[in-house]
Ligand binder design. Structure first.
Ligand SMILES: NC(=O)c1ccc[n+]([C@@H]2O[C@H](COP(=O)([O-])OP(=O)(O)OC[C@H]3O[C@@H](n4cnc5c(N)ncnc54)[C@H](OP(=O)(O)O)[C@@H]3O)[C@@H](O)[C@H]2O)c1
Length: 333
C-alpha cells in the first residue's frame, strides 16, 4: 500500500479527496491536517467520512509517506516549508494552490508583481494536466495541480491551437462558477445572502490570478471574465474563438480526435452543449462546439466540469495515480 498525507483535509477539496482515496485499493491515509479544526476527528466535521484524527501541520509525520497532497488556501505561509520539507525527504507532492503552476519565474514576477518565493522549484514542478503532460507527471516529484477555471479554457482550446486552426490570437473566455470554488472558509463574498438569487462578475478582463496558466498552456492571449453562480458546484465556460475563415465543423471537431483515448474528456455530439447537471459529481469535462459564422471562422465553445473533481481533487488523484504507478483511472470511474 502507498501511504499518503493530506494537508488541509477539512476543506472542500480535502473532503472530496478523502472520499476518493478511501475507495482507492492501493492507498492508505497516513495523516490528515487542519488548522482551526486540528484536534477534531474528520467524522466530527463530515460524518460520512472515515474516523480519522485531524492533526496540526506541525504534528504531521512524514515517516514512511510516499506522497502528500497540499490542499491549503492560496498564499498560506505554511505551504512552502511543507513542500520543501517533503521534497527533501523524498516524499512526492501534489499541490492544489497556484504557487507552482507558472513555469517561468519572470512570468510569475510580471503577473504577481513580486518574485516567486522558491524559483528553483518552478523548474522541477510539472503542470498537473495529464491530457497534455502525462509522461512528465509520471516522472515528477512536484506536481502543480491545475486551476479549475483554467481547465475549462485549456482543454477546449488546446486541440484547435495544436491543429493550427486558430486565426485570432485573442480569445474571450466567459466563465461561471459555483460558490464551492471559493472554499469552505467563511467569507462575505460567498455568504448565502450575498450569492442567493443574484449573479455577479468579478476580476474581469485581464486581472484574474489564473489567467497566466491559461495563457502558458494554450499560447493564446485571453480575455477572461469569471462570474459567481448561485449554485454549489460546477463551472461552465463560454469561449468565443475565431478560427481560420471557412474551417468546417467537421474539420474543427476532428482536432479533438487528440482526446480519443482520454477517459475524462468528452466532445459532445454536434448540436449538444454541456450543462452543469451533466458534469456535477463527475470526473468529466464536457465540450460542445457550435459554429456561429464558420465562413468567417467564428465558433463558440461551451465547456463544463465539476470544480471539485476534474477541477481539483479528482485531477489530483489522477496525477497521484500516474506518479505512483497505478492505473490512471483507479478510484475515479
Ligand atoms: N474549491 C475549489 O473548487 C478548488 C478548485 C481547484 C483548486 N483549489 C485550490 O485548492 C486549495 C484548497 O481549496 P479548498 O476549496 O479546499 O479550501 P478550504 O475549503 O478553504 O479549505 C482549506 C483547508 O486548509 C486549512 N487551512 C486554512 N488556512 C490554513 C493555513 N494558513 N495553514 C494551514 N492550513 C490552513 C483549513 O483548515 P481549517 O478548516 O481547520 O481552517 C482547511 O482544511 C486552494 O489552494 C484552492 O485554490 C480549490
Amino acid at each position: 500500500m502507498a501511504r499518503v498525507g493530506i494537508y488541509g483535509a477539512s476543506g472542500y477539496t480535502g473532503f472530496e479527496l478523502i472520499k476518493i482515496l478511501t475507495r482507492h485499493p492501493g492507498v492508505e491515509i497516513a495523516f490528515a491536517t487542519a488548522r482551526s479544526a486540528a484536534g477534531q476527528r474528520l467524522s466530527d466535521i463530515f460524518p460520512t467520512l472515515i474516523d480519522q484524527q485531524l492533526v496540526s501541520a506541525d504534528e504531521a509525520n512524514l515517516a514512511g509517506v510516499d506522497l502528500i497532497f497540499t490542499c491549503l488556501p492560496h498564499g498560506a505561509a505554511e505551504l512552502l516549508p511543507i513542500v520543501q520539507q517533503a521534497l527533501e525527504r523524498g516524499v512526492k507532492v501534489v499541490d492544489f494552490s497556484d504557487t507552482f503552476r507558472l513555469r517561468d519565474p519572470d512570468d510569475y514576477q510580471r503577473r504577481r508583481g513580486k518574485p516567486h518565493p522558491a524559483p528553483e522549484l518552478l523548474s522541477t514542478a510539472v503542470y498537473g494536466l495529464p491530457e497534455l503532460h502525462r509522461d512528465a507527471i509520471r516522472r515528477a516529484r512536484l506536481v502543480a495541480n491545475t486551476g479549475c477555471y483554467p481547465l475549462t479554457a485549456i482543454l477546449p482550446l488546446w486541440p484547435l491551437e495544436r491543429a493550427g486552426l486558430i486565426a485570432d490570437r485573442t480569445v474571450i473566455v466567459d466563465s461561471k462558477s459555483g460558490v464551492s470554488g471559493a472554499g469552505r472558509s467563511l467569507s462575505l463574498k460567498t455568504h448565502f445572502g450575498e450569492t442567493h438569487e443574484t449573479f455577479s462578475a468579478y476580476t474581469i478582463g485581464r486581472s484574474h490570478r489564473h489567467l497566466g496558466e491559461m495563457e502558458q498552456e494554450t499560447g493564446l492571449h485571453i480575455i477572461f471574465s469569471p462570474h459567481l453562480l448561485p449554485v454549489f458546484r460546477g463551472i461552465l465556460s463560454t469561449i468565443y474563438v475565431t478560427l481560420r475563415p471557412g474551417v468546417s465543423l467537421e474539420e474543427a471537431r476532428a482536432a479533438y480526435g487528440v482526446y480519443a483515448g482520454e477517459p475524462f474528456v468528452r466532445l459532445l455530439p454536434p448540436g449538444r452543449l454541456p450543462e452543469l447537471r451533466l458534469v456535477q459529481n463527475s470526473m468529466h469535462l464536457a465540450i460542445g462546439l457550435q459554429p456561429v459564422e464558420p465562413e468567417h471562422g467564428r465558433y463558440i465553445i461551451v465547456a463544463a466540469l465539476d470544480n471539485l473533481l476534474k477541477g481539483a481533487s479528482g485531477q489530483a488523484v489522477q496525477n497521484m495515480n500516474l506518479m505512483l504507478g497505478f492505473e490512471e483511472t483507479t478510484a475515479l470511474q
